[in-house]
Design a protein around this ligand. Structure first.
Ligand SMILES: [Zn+2]
Ligand SMILES: [Zn+2]
Length: 396
């Protein structure tokens, strides 16, 4: 059976996260989006872990729910930042970790506390090599799943410009043998990433990496898995055997790190600058400093094959974001939120709308047209760069 999953989110204990994140909000907003399985985020953090233990009930092996919203399953999930020295330089790379139950999570907490302060932030910094961390976690339980996160983003992606590894082996050593899956991130899609032969043996997933419980962030990217049975073991098997039905994707140019560039705040007169990697411009014409090299540049450098895979994914724009672009105002305006709620109520969930449900009673005509254009992929973005999101444009 197919399940729409978002396996990478954060709690309010992560840096830059909304203070309004709690279990109930995650569950009820996931339900409205159509997300059926969601990560807990930050499960190594003692205060959040305590909330998870008090608020969640096991529904099947390794899956949990809150009684107020029984339709949404949770999975024990965190992101960590591994920091280590490699060839005289410090590297910082993010990994998603999934745990099969609270007991194995507690054992992992004992292990990871030796290398970092887990109480300091929701996404803790861990000071050791990823190879040693992977081996350590796998010796606790082979079903702990470790997934390199947003692998091309410049600062914390394994292949991003700052880490600059060219192969998984270079970064992870023999730990690479335990990696079955990578997260493509918002600024890359399967079309781009499948051109890199070093990744031929791993599956690709997409998640929101949401730092907020709101509808334009939670589940903004997601993965549909084919599960034999709805439990942890079957999810991990789907990840390892690439039983992925499809991913919901941002167009990569919407992502914050697609092109090379410098965002306006870097310059005294607020000039924005971005360019395609094809132009081979390394330094900013305004401040002369090195441009932040985006995801497209790294993917082009590493591409070494035509795409040999049959790919299945769908481009979407978060519906609440689309409403606020088309009708004006922000995602937090009452009017926009009430139109979002009306649309979702008429069609079961947001993802049901992206799958073609079209009950649009009392919905503004221009918004209906915009939804149709997103479904037909008649849109593009002024490319995102240097932490600035892309800007949506419609084709005629
Ligand atoms: Zn991250
Ligand atoms: Zn500049």
């Amino acid at each position: 059976m197919n399940k729409i999953c978002d396996l990478h989110i954060h709690s309010r204990f992560s840096g830059g996260a909304s203070k309004n994140i709690d279990i109930f909000r995650i569950a009820s907003n996931s339900n409205i989006k159509g997300i059926e399985l969601v990560g807990t985020g930050d499960c190594l953090h003692p205060l959040w872990l305590n909330e998870l233990k008090c608020g969640l009930i096991e529904s099947s092996d390794g899956f949990f729910y809150t009684p107020k919203v029984p339709y949404v399953n949770f999975i024990l999930q965190t992101e960590i930042e591994i920091i280590w020295k490699n060839n005289l330089r410090f590297k910082k790379v993010h990994f998603i970790i999934l745990f099969p139950n609270f007991e194995k999570l507690e054992e992992s907490i004992e292990l990871l506390s030796q290398f970092g302060n887990l109480a300091k932030e929701g996404r803790p910094k861990i000071y050791n090599s990823p190879e040693k961390i992977i081996f350590g976690l796998k010796s606790i339980d082979m079903d702990i799943e470790i997934i390199p996160a947003h692998i091309f983003t410049p600062y914390f992606g394994i292949f991003g410009n700052n880490s600059n590894f060219n192969t998984m082996e270079d970064a992870l050593g023999a730990g690479k043998n335990y990696i079955n899956c990578v997260e493509t991130g918002l600024s890359a899609d399967p079309l781009m990433v499948r051109r890199i032969s070093n990744l031929n043996k791993v599956s690709f997933i997409s998640n929101s990496d949401s730092h907020s419980p709101y509808f334009h962030r939670l589940g903004r990217e997601a993965t549909i898995f084919d599960l034999n049975k709805v439990d942890y073991q079957n999810l991990v098997e789907s990840i390892r055997k690439n039983k992925i039905i499809k991913t919901y994707e941002f167009k990569p140019s919407q992502g914050k790190y697609y092109y090379n560039g410098h965002r306006p705040e870097r310059h005294s007169e607020n000039q924005d600058y971005f360019c395609s990697p094809k132009l081979n411009i390394d330094n900013c014409p305004y401040c002369r400093k090195k441009l932040t090299r985006g995801v497209l540049a790294r993917v082009q450098e590493l591409s070494d094959q035509k795409n040999p895979f049959k790919l299945n994914f769908q481009y979407i724009v978060p519906l609440l974001e689309l409403i606020s672009i088309v009708l004006g105002g922000s995602e937090y305006d009452r009017r926009n939120l009430s139109i979002y709620q009306k649309l979702v109520a008429q069609n079961c969930s947001e993802y049901a709308i992206w799958e073609g449900k079209s009950n649009f009673n009392n919905i503004p005509e221009n918004l209906k047209e915009a939804i149709q254009k997103i479904r037909k992929s008649k849109f593009w973005f002024i490319p995102g760069h240097d932490a600035v999101y892309g800007k949506l444009q419609f084709e005629n």
